[in-house]
Design a protein around this ligand. Structure first.
Ligand code: 13P
Ligand code: SF4
Length: 379
């Protein structure tokens, strides 16, 4: 385990917060924000609930939030309203050696308000499996000719693996730039854990599907022949986002039949079939920018997490925004962060008994930083 959770005994138990209403919780969170001022930075991912986003200092997609954590300067604590891998990334970037030196060794405390806020996609690639894959690949290919690329939605240990092996991190907003970076160095890429982001990005770069075999970590050679591996350009890890896999071609077709003028916009974690039928593909940040820039009256069907789409509907009444799926596609782990957990973790921090601190161990952080810095330099 590359992340330690450093818990002291708590002054305020979570059970005391569960019965409280949102108005009281929001007022108490605001009181902590007022008291700490710039010593506190609350970051919120776009998939967070509205009540949480309303209290965030900054909101963004994974790439923007990484940059904000890297630039966090002199704050004392980052409360990360997102999921575990995002808080780990914030810890690595906010506490990198040059930042620690600037602060005379003082660490920024990074807190994830609910430790159950994980990511099922990130859990689909365990470090032991990725190392096993690399060893198996080494028996049939020259691994010096492979660049490992991890989607930011992955544990710090996988980012460290990429750092050690000449690899890099990507996000949904810079995946094409990162793949270009990789292909300037090697002829092949091992892309994990999201097969869809890897496939959609490589297809858009003109790489044929026949050169993108899937690596199934539960099968010998990932379920591939040696010939298929030798011919490959992008090896796609068999992982996916259970939220984005729920958007389907039938949903796109139904909207197109009903509203011929509709624009379909989806996140690149959707399947290639859905992406192929869509007008625009982008990170959560791009989705928001496109809606903001569109003329009033534009009709959209958007395929990404429900909370973001509902917020866009609310913030842009001048546009006709629909959720692409007829069923609820919600990220249950992002949803774990609520005002009760935010207030609980902030008040314990104020009381000197911080909870849910995320600290990536030094060796993992050192190599994860290498891969993250490569990413930040690409775009
Ligand atoms: P973004 O980087 O586009 O914000 O996506 C993060 C995520 O988890 C999407 O499922
Ligand atoms: Fe992970 Fe999917 Fe949730 Fe994003 S939406 S955090 S990829 S489970």
């Amino acid at each position: 385990m590359s992340t330690t959770t450093l818990d002291s005994s708590v002054t305020h138990p979570i059970a005391d917060y569960k019965p409280l209403g949102n108005a009281e919780l929001a007022a108490r969170v605001q009181a902590v924000r007022d008291e700490l001022g710039t010593r506190l930075l609350i970051l919120g991912h776009h998939y967070q609930q509205d009540e949480v986003i309303a209290l965030a200092d900054l909101r963004g997609d994974s790439y923007e939030l990484s940059k904000q954590a890297a630039a966090s300067g002199n704050c004392e604590a980052i409360f990360f309203c997102g999921v575990h891998f995002m808080a780990e990334t914030a810890d690595v970037l906010a506490n990198q050696p040059n930042k620690l030196a600037e602060r005379c060794g003082r660490r920024v405390t990074v807190v994830l308000p609910d430790m159950a806020a994980g990511c099922s996609m990130a859990d689909m690639a365990m470090i032991e499996q990725v190392e096993g894959c690399w060893n198996e690949l080494g028996e049939v290919l020259d691994t010096a000719e492979i660049t490992p690329v991890t989607y930011i939605n992955s544990a710090a240990s996988l980012k460290a693996f990429c750092g050690r092996h000449g690899g890099i991190v990507c996000t949904s907003s810079n995946a094409a730039g990162v793949l270009n970076w990789a292909f300037e160095r090697t002829k092949r890429v091992l892309f994990f854990p999201d097969q869809h982001l890897g496939r959609n990005t490589a297809l858009a770069m003109g790489i044929p599907l026949s050169q993108m075999p899937i690596w199934d970590p539960y099968r010998e050679l990932g379920g591939n022949t040696e010939a298929a591996l030798s011919d490959s350009r992008v090896l796609l890890w068999k992982g996916h986002c259970s939220v984005h896999q729920m958007f389907r071609v039938e949903h796109v077709q139904a909207f197109r039949e009903k509203y011929p003028d509709i624009k379909i916009m989806v996140h690149p974690e959707c399947t290639m079939e859905v992406v192929a039928q869509s007008d625009l593909i982008g990170s959560t940040g791009r989705i928001i920018r496109e809606v903001r820039a569109a003329p009033a009256g534009t009709r959209w069907a958007i395929g990404t997490e429900l909370h973001l789409v509902n917020r866009l509907k609310h913030e842009h009444p001048e546009q006709q925004i629909h959720f692409l799926s007829p069923v609820v596609c919600m990220c249950a782990t992002m949803y774990r962060i609520d005002l009760a957990h935010l207030c609980w973790s902030l008040e314990n921090f104020m009381a000197g008994t911080p909870v849910n601190r995320i600290k990536v161990d030094d060796e993992t952080a050192r190599w994860a930083l290498v891969a993250l810095q490569r990413m930040l330099e690409v775009t």
